[in-house]
Design a protein around this ligand. Structure first.
Ligand SMILES: [Zn+2]
Length: 658
């Protein structure tokens, strides 16, 4: 009983951790309206149109990898061969190339994950060895090349390795990491999940040189170039395999079966999951073979919903951002301590949602949210990639915004999947935590500055994208995302690339938006430091300052509704005004005003101490020489007190006389 409670608590806590930002599941009943059926986008049954997306011809300047595996079920491992045809897309000569060998950095219960490099040899002659060095603490292997690799040239070699995935444990849940073999054969629940399980080349860039970061526990610490893959898996016959790419060939060899998967277009990495118990559902939608893989224990949930959610996400994101070009997309159940995890062509969704005694509609709310989120990473992470250590908030913030856009599209509410609204969390974040919250920081900077990476990437970043959407309008916002996608698919981007895409759509600089909202540590905190009304000129003058301006690098500009009231508290004037740093405003009013209020409704972003207190009031002082009714009242009160005292004193004197 106690164990159960600890587990449930652990699951609730852990659900905050990675990828899926979902909070407590207990009170969302009111947020479950009927789903709308695809509003304007009628592609759900497009198979008959024979819609087969094809990209423009790619340049072909990508690395090519042949990854060939033999799976050993008993030992949760694979024997692997990676044939590398590495393309140098940088203007630098290389004499060696680093590869991530992440598995030993992952959490485990009793069996640590590991990648053992057996040898690195010439592609054609196994007797010609390439020297290599392994650095276990940073999970990096360097392969020394036989010749200097010049820009735009290729280097070939073959890496032979063995990879064992960690076991895992649900107690504590944090021991279930991105790769694990977990579950039992007795109750048909065992899954082998192979992720980050082979040597993956690091990325070289102008900022960091080689990016050889170890496996980090903050964020999704991945950063890979696109490459063509041929992916071969030989597994015990009877295993059901979900893997990156189209199944080009399946060869039954008796005790084992050999599969050839081919993503067709470049991807950043590959993954596979194997289980003897997976149930599979598939359909062709938008020219994509869409499949779900799930355990019998969760069929009641997945069987009803998962494929539909995945299809709804594919339809919406295809139409909104640009075409998903690959032939396959898999949604695969996994054991994790977090909501889900994205990989190219294949995303994983945690099995926790049905485990907590959740009513079906609650489990389904989680399932739909996480499927939409992870599917969206096909656009923001795989097709348009970024350094998730340096700018992880970029793909994560966009994936979160897009998940909420999915909620808006299908349920009419951008906040549908936000149990706690981003806007409330962000406006009261400083009051509750006393922490700064600059978005544009690397994972290392976040750790050094005590910034909560999860908060900035999963809550503040999507809110800032929503602020931009509300500022430039949905049409321009979506056009900006489309342009960003079209320009940068198969590439790696920086924050400035998405800014430029939006700027090219709206036709002017957006420095004024991007710099303060992404680079400042504190939200604006307005104060009305001066207001006055001159009855002769009938002018109301107001000065608004941002008290947090000295703490930030850039001045904020945003629109804020302003209301003016008379002495009887009736609204006599309202206007939405721009507040740009310290702002002086002047209005002509025929009625004498008594109070000025800034109204923090909707998506005005300010630092609040109480998120229910959404107005900033300021009373207008009276001009000198004017005796208002208000002050007459005080005069009367004082007079009555004085008269009372005089009468009392008079009676006392009479008493004494007696
Ligand atoms: Zn994510």
């Amino acid at each position: 009983m106690k164990k159960n409670r600890i587990m449930i608590l652990g699951l609730l806590v852990s659900i905050f951790l990675v990828n899926c930002v979902a909070s407590s599941n207990l009170f969302i009943t009111s947020k479950i309206p009927q789903k709308r059926d695809n509003l304007n986008i009628d592609q759900k049954n497009s198979d008959s149109i024979n819609f087969n997306p094809k990209l423009a011809q790619l340049s072909g300047n990508f690395s090519n990898y042949n990854l060939s595996l033999i799976m050993d079920e008993t030992n949760s491992m694979v024997e692997g061969n990676l044939t590398v045809d590495f393309y140098n897309n940088d203007n630098v000569n290389f004499t060696r190339i680093p590869f991530h060998i992440y598995l030993s950095g992952m959490a485990y219960y009793t069996r640590q994950g590991r990648i053992d490099i057996i040898n690195v040899t010439d592609v054609n002659d196994p007797n010609i060895s390439f020297p290599f060095e392994v650095y276990p603490t940073s999970q990096i292997m360097w392969v020394n090349l036989s010749d200097t690799l010049e820009p735009h040239k290729r280097a070939q070699f073959k890496i032979q390795f063995n990879a064992t995935i960690p076991d895992g444990s649900k107690l504590p849940v944090e021991l279930l990491d991105r790769a694990n073999s977990y579950g039992n054969d007795g109750d048909q629940s065992r899954i082998y999940k192979f992720a980050s399980f082979y040597p993956i080349p690091s990325v070289y860039d102008n900022k960091d040189g080689w990016n050889i970061d170890s496996y980090l526990t903050t964020g999704d610490p991945f950063y890979f170039d696109m490459a063509y893959y041929n992916f071969f898996i030989e597994a015990p016959t009877g295993m059901i395999i979900a893997a990156t790419g189209n199944l080009d060939e399946k060869l039954d060899k008796g005790e084992t079966t050999r599969y050839h998967f081919n993503p067709v277009y470049p991807v950043r990495e590959v993954t596979f999951a194997a289980s003897r118990y997976f149930q599979v559902q598939s359909k062709i939608s938008n020219g994509v073979n869409l499949s779900t893989y799930f355990l019998p224990k969760d069929a009641y949930l997945w069987n009803n919903y998962a494929l539909n959610h995945a299809e709804d996400a594919l339809i919406l994101f295809n139409a909104s951002f640009g075409t998903y070009p690959y032939p396959t997309l898999n949604i695969v159940e996994e054991y994790t301590s977090f909501g889900g995890m994205e990989y190219p062509n294949q995303v994983y969704i945690s099995e926790v949602f049905g485990n907590r005694g959740n009513p079906l509609y609650v489990a389904n709310w989680f399932l739909e949210k996480v499927i939409a989120h992870e599917v969206c990473h096909q656009w923001w992470y795989n097709l348009v990639g970024n350094d998730e250590v340096d700018v992880g908030f970029l793909d994560e913030g966009l994936a979160c915004w897009s998940t909420d856009y999915y909620g808006e599209h299908y349920y009419g509410d951008w906040e549908y999947f936000q149990y706690t609204l981003y806007i409330d969390t962000v406006r009261s974040y400083y009051a509750l935590n006393g922490l700064s919250s600059k978005i544009n920081q690397t994972v290392y900077e976040c750790l050094a500055t005590d910034t909560d990476y999860w908060y900035v990437a999963y809550t503040k970043a999507p809110l800032i994208f929503e602020k931009l959407r509300q500022t430039i309008g949905l049409s321009d916002f979506l056009d900006g995302l489309k342009l960003y996608f079209t320009r940068h698919q198969f590439e790696l981007v920086l924050l400035s690339d998405i800014q430029r895409a939006f700027e090219d759509v709206v036709g002017h600089s957006l420095d004024w938006f991007f710099f303060p909202w992404f680079d400042n540590s504190f939200l604006p905190k307005y104060s009305i430091t001066h207001n006055s009304y001159n009855s002769d000129t009938q002018n109301l003058n107001i000065r608004i300052i941002d008290l947090n301006e000295p703490l930030n690098d850039y001045n904020y500009s945003q629109q804020v509704p302003l209301h003016v009231y008379d002495a009887s508290n009736s609204l006599i004037f309202s206007q939405t005004v721009w507040i740009n740093g310290t702002t002086e405003l002047s209005f002509s009013l025929s009625t004498r005003p008594r109070k000025v209020s800034l109204i923090y409704s909707n998506y005005v972003l300010v630092q609040l101490t109480d998120y229910f207190d959404l107005t900033l009031d300021s009373f207008i002082p009276f001009e000198s020489g004017w005796i208002p009714g208000y002050e007459m009242a005080s005069f009367l009160v004082i007079s009555i007190v004085l008269i009372g005292f005089v009468l009392y004193d008079h009676r006392r004197k009479i008493k004494i006389k007696r």
